[in-house]
Design a protein. Structure first.
Length: 416
């Protein structure tokens, strides 16, 4: 693409990332969660950008935003490009949004230049990936891929509303959706995402391709003991749920520290009844364990489960261990990734680095439906899930060039 044109397109992408970054449920910080008012506003805004790029727009039963453009060949296969539009709390403006907005700008550019792709494209803005409102992630892509199950609908948010109730909404009706496509009708699923780590920066590269995504398991643990008077109950007679939870938090950290490639996080902790002069009766915490090898992740979980049971036994507590998410590691498609890597080398002075992703992505779920490939984009300081998340416009420009190049390359090789 010509220099001036790509610069203008990059400027458009930067402005849109900034505009979408202001669409929030919480004044002063970015937060958009499944089916919130801000998510509806985000769908309206991004839907308009999709229309401007010539795509036909709809929102499916789960709340996913879908922009479709037909190919020049009737009955041609479809290439999916996308990521999620929900965010964590106090989020940056690139995680998820980049993978939705960049393909829209790329397709808009091709349209402006009069290029018609032989295959159909769908840009997907998934309604939920982060697992913030409900304990389990990927509700959007699961709905799109026909992998949403009755058990997913039973998950409840902090207000006690279930996923099923939210999806039934005012109409009172919701059916578990079928997959949006048959696998054989798809060319693949490509997701652009910030790296969320420091590797590209350390290698002085704007972009890289992903070889696979680490597996992850999330668990909600509840330790229950007995409330009591903080002044009168001797230490030996207490059944303090928070003290048990605290022991578990440190055990999880120690377990993961023994293997430099394993990570374990306790990200939330709720204590009841929650008064400074009452012994905690209940502590609810979430555990998130990840590793690129499924066997290593499972072994760590088994060890942590045994440890939690021992803590409960020794402290006179009960333990409820509830797995809310369990996704094995996923490999990206060798063929699709090789094609993407050619575009990366063409736009990055012959250099392409392959990385594994420790973060979860919609590609995990989409891999059940289609071959997947991912483009990672360098982010400042490797920082993500943080308000200061930042991608330099120069790196956005390289990523945009790569995706335009990839679409044109795919047009020449795809069996449509
Ligand atoms: C999603 O960002 C995750 O990896 O938790
Ligand atoms: Mn993400
Ligand atoms: Mn994220």
């Amino acid at each position: 693409m010509k220099r001036g044109k790509i610069e203008a397109a990059t400027g458009r992408l930067v402005r849109r990332l900034n505009d979408l970054g202001r669409v929030t449920d919480q004044p002063g910080r970015l937060a958009r969660t499944f089916h919130s008012a801000a998510m509806r506003r985000a769908n309206t805004l991004v839907g308009q950008w999709m229309r401007d790029a010539g795509l036909k727009v709809k929102v499916d039963a789960v709340g996913n935003l879908i922009g479709r453009g037909e190919g020049s060949r009737p009955g041609a296969k479809t290439l999916l490009l996308g990521s999620h539009l929900d965010t964590v709390l106090d989020a940056g403006r690139f995680d998820g949004a980049l993978g939705v907005l960049l393909p829209i700008v790329a397709l808009g550019e091709l349209r402006r230049r009069g290029v018609q792709l032989p295959f159909a494209v769908e840009v997907l803005g998934f309604a939920e990936e982060e697992g913030v409102r409900f304990a389990s992630a990927y509700l959007g892509s699961k709905g799109y891929a026909g992998r949403l199950r009755a058990a997913d609908l039973g998950q409840r948010d902090a207000r006690g509303l279930s996923v099923g109730e939210v999806l039934r909404g005012a109409s009172g009706r919701f059916q578990l959706p079928k997959a949006a496509h048959r696998g054989r009708d798809l060319l693949g699923y490509v997701e652009v995402h910030i790296e969320q780590g420091p590797v590209l920066e350390s290698r002085k590269l704007s972009v890289g391709v992903v070889s696979g995504i680490a597996g992850q398991t999330r668990v909600r643990l509840t330790f229950r003991g007995r409330a009591g008077h903080a002044g009168t109950t001797p230490m030996s007679l207490r059944r303090d749920a928070l003290a048990g939870a605290a022991e578990f938090v440190l055990a999880a950290e120690a377990c993961a520290r023994r293997d430099p490639t394993l990570v374990a996080t306790v990200g939330t902790l709720l204590v009841s009844p929650g008064a400074s002069n009452v012994i905690p009766a209940e502590a609810v915490l979430t555990l998130d364990v990840r590793h690129a090898r499924d066997a290593t992740r499972r072994k760590a979980l088994q060890q942590l489960f045994s440890r939690a049971r021992r803590i409960a036994r020794e402290r006179g507590l009960t333990l409820d261990w509830r797995q809310t998410q369990d996704d094995d590691a996923v490999a990206c498609s060798r063929e699709l990734t090789a094609l993407l890597a050619r575009s990366v080398r063409a736009q990055q002075h012959g250099r392409c680095l392959e990385l594994t992703s420790g973060a979860g992505h919609d590609g995990v779920v989409m891999s059940a439906m289609a071959a997947i490939a991912m483009l990672f984009v360098r982010c400042r300081g490797g920082l993500s899930h943080h308000a200061d998340e930042y991608v330099a416009p120069a790196d956005l420009e390289v990523a945009l060039r790569v995706i335009v190049d990839f679409l044109e390359r795919l047009a020449t090789v795809a069996v449509t």
